[in-house]
Design a binder for this molecule. Sequence first.
Ligand SMILES: [Zn+2]
Length: 285
Amino acid sequence: MNKINFKPILALATAIIISSCGGAKTSNTETAQVEKTAIQVYAFNVGDILVKDISLFNPGVDVGQSMQFSNTAYLIRHPKGDLIWDTGLPDGLNQMADGSDSESFLMKMPVTLASQLEAIGVAPSEVEFLAVSHLHGDHIGNVNMFTNATVILQKEEYDALFNGETPVAEVADLKSNPSVQLAGDHDVFGDGSVVIKRAPGHTPGHQVLFLDLVETGPVVLSGDLYHFAKNREFRGVPAFNTSKEASLASMDSIEAFIKEKNATLWIQHDFKQQETIPHAPEVIK
Ligand SMILES: [Zn+2]
């Protein structure tokens, strides 16, 4: 199989598309009466990643120490449609018992995403929306499964798919999918329950996902804004991020948003935290 790597895509000249839609204003009284939309979320384990030197992510901290990463994808089921958020390492890696070994990572795929979706009765071809936090190989391994999904990406990230600058070949088939290209935040279903937040820096068009869950409460899915709790604590910027300045600015803006919403940050690669979050077939509400 193709070599999987974390090599950042190159920074691109940015043509900003301003997409704004004027939402109807409601008074505070009206807002208070609106009930939250009941969405359901499934978390999938889509890879085990052993990082051989964790200081790759937190420069100068714990040099030479290894750390086990989780790798997580989520299916969000909204009354208006399904959204898949990240798609993990490629299912094909499941055939390699010893995984994919490189200088920095040992990556394995113990259970395929396809089988996990099948277990909850979801056909990938029927998923309406596909958004990934960014285009690194551990997040886009199975995008081609979602043949009919509208792809939602920041414009810089979308452009990287098709200009030959992405090192990842698996994404080529997305060319025929419809797309929404963003230059900012995006309320996916228009009711505030599922909102993509622009957070560039790790890659030029990196984004995170806000979910307003009825029982669990507000949650932000991190993408790779941080990779583990200590990474958040130290505000560590991996040396391979496309922009340190943009990474730190995104940490500031997303932390302010988390505070404003009183949200919990779910760090997708944080093995310890992910162990505390129910995974499919269990449903998160
Ligand atoms: Zn990642």
